[in-house]
Design a protein around this ligand. Structure first.
Ligand code: PBG
Length: 329
């Protein structure tokens, strides 16, 4: 009898061996925590559809930044939630040096020092009264080029507040070029751009819209990508890189691993992924029913995202995972 010497199970027999042969592992330095800063809050405000995630007051923001730094997390991505009465058609609060995002950025940078990278969202949706990511034409359509001017102003104001990486999430054509030019013209040549290149439209961002108290009615299909199209996500990354993106990103993560893998395989710059609010809330909801083992599933999802090629991951689980990694579980 011939014995087949190939037994793949040999390397799965002990925890020590599985760890030794793991192709992919999680590290706190490769995790970025998305953080919401709510204007006028004295206490953190829970977000019902994202159990465990809050809108931060400035004090709780500082404490979270300190925790994140202490745990060795790579960075935080800040989103500002203005008071409702500060929203208007052009998102003025987004370019106000004393707007919530700028105030939160200064507080976070002061707390973080060089321990982690404080990143900011360059997009108008949190600040517009119609909830769209740009300014509108008279017909109610998002006006691409008028929006670019607003993004350019926003980017400079954020760089001035100390942001260490600008996350361009609005999905306007040529947004990277417009922001890059504005930064370079204002002495911020060294402020890098994270382009949300393959950012897909769909049902995944619902809990985030609660988190930022979005005013949006309707959807973003006219500017975010269509789920049916993988190649288009890869193309967007190439365009963004040509316009000067320093990092590209695919979002949502778990259901777009094909786009992520193809983007990362062809990208000469770091490729990240965003495990978005809907991905988080689905895990939390199933876990609350006792239907899944969340402590196993969370690293499963993040490892799959890394395996597909993400070099860093934006995830609401960043602190929890960093704590688990430290405990060596
Ligand atoms: C736009 C932006 C959104 C998210 C990140 N940046 C919302 C949207 O596109 O509707 C969603 C992130 C998430 O769902 O966790 N400012």
């Amino acid at each position: 009898m011939t014995v087949d010497p190939i037994r793949p199970r040999r390397l799965r027999q002990s925890a020590a061996m599985r760890r030794l042969v793991a192709e992919t592992r999680l590290h706190p330095a490769e995790l970025v925590l998305p953080v919401f800063a709510g204007e006028g809050l004295t206490e953190p405000r829970p977000i019902a559809s994202m159990p465990g995630v809050v809108q931060h007051s400035l004090d709780s923001l500082r404490a979270t930044v300190a925790d994140a730094a202490e745990l060795g997390i790579g960075g935080i991505m800040l989103f500002g939630v203005p008071l409702d009465e500060k929203k208007d058609a052009v998102g003025s609060a987004g370019t106000d040096p004393d707007g919530i995002l700028q105030v939160a950025t200064r507080a976070a940078v002061a707390e973080a020092g060089d321990a982690l990278v404080v990143q900011t969202d360059v997009c108008l949706d949190e600040f517009t009264d119609h909830g769209h990511c740009g300014v509108l034409t008279a017909d109610g359509l998002v006006d691409n080029d008028a929006t670019l001017e607003r993004y350019a102003e926003m980017a400079v104001v954020q760089a001035e507040a100390g942001s260490g990486l600008l996350g361009l999430s609005g999905m306007m054509d040529h947004q990277v070029a417009a922001v890059r030019a504005a930064l370079d013209a204002s002495g911020h040549e060294l402020t890098p751009i994270l382009a949300y290149s393959g950012k897909y439209s769909g049902g995944w961002y619902g809990p985030f819209r609660e988190a930022v108290q979005s005013s949006l009615r309707g959807d973003r299909r006219a500017y975010q990508l269509d789920t049916a199209n993988g190649r288009e996500g890869v193309r967007e990354a190439a365009l963004d890189i040509a316009e000067g993106a320093d990092i590209v990103m695919v979002k949502p993560a778990s259901h777009f691993l094909d786009v992520l893998a193809a983007t990362s395989a062809s990208s000469p710059v770091p490729t990240w992924a965003y495990q978005v609010s809907g991905e988080y809330s689905m895990i939390e909801a199933a876990a609350a029913h006792g239907w899944i083992d969340r402590e196993r599933l969370i690293p499963d999802t993040l490892l799959a995202i890394k395996r597909a090629g993400a070099e860093a991951i934006l995830t609401y689980y960043a602190l929890e995972v960093a704590r688990t990694l430290r405990a060596g579980v």
